[in-house]
Design a protein around this ligand. Structure first.
Ligand code: RB5
Length: 150
């Protein structure tokens, strides 16, 4: 399993923490930046991870800005990306089980690093339930095919 991660300046410290913590647990991580803490625009980094999902460079993405909201809005513009802003373990479980989300977005200014790590670990280890949810996710795909171009 390959995981991509990126942030803006407001999520930078949490990105670094999650990257190192996940590596220690044996996960393979691609860091899409930024490499150092500097003021950047979250759409630029959200796009990098979304493209990584689209071209199958990564299986899951983690995007962190101040609130998680900007990254969520950006990532969901990309066909094939289902991004979920998660503030709790339960969000993460249901984002995977029901929505087959492949990107998790987090608020670096909202959430503590230990909780963020637990949320991310639950997200990447929870399978999609399929069943009645598959039909619904397929409807999202149909809407994407009709309306989305990027
Ligand atoms: C940056 O100040 C902030 O606007 C950004 O990190 C994010 O919270 C946007 O949604």
């Amino acid at each position: 399993m390959k995981i991509g991660i990126a942030s803006d300046h407001a999520g930078f410290e949490l990105k670094e923490y999650l990257k190192e913590s996940l590596k220690k647990e044996g996960y393979s991580i691609i860091d899409y930046g930024p490499e150092v803490k500097k003021v950047v625009d979250y759409p630029d980094y959200g796009e990098k991870v979304a493209r990584g999902i689209q071209n199958k460079e990564i299986d899951y993405g983690i995007l962190i800005c101040g609130t998680g909201i900007g990254m969520d809005i950006v990532a969901n513009k990309f066909k094939g990306v289902r991004a979920a802003r998660c503030c709790s373990i339960y969000d993460a479980v249901l984002a995977r089980e029901h929505n087959n989300a492949n990107v998790i977005t987090l608020g670096g200014r909202l959430i503590g690093k230990d909780l963020a790590f637990e949320i991310v670990k639950i997200f990447i280890s929870t399978p999609f339930t399929k069943g009645r949810h598959l039909k619904r996710v397929n409807k999202i795909k149909r809407i994407e095919n009709e309306r989305y171009t990027c």
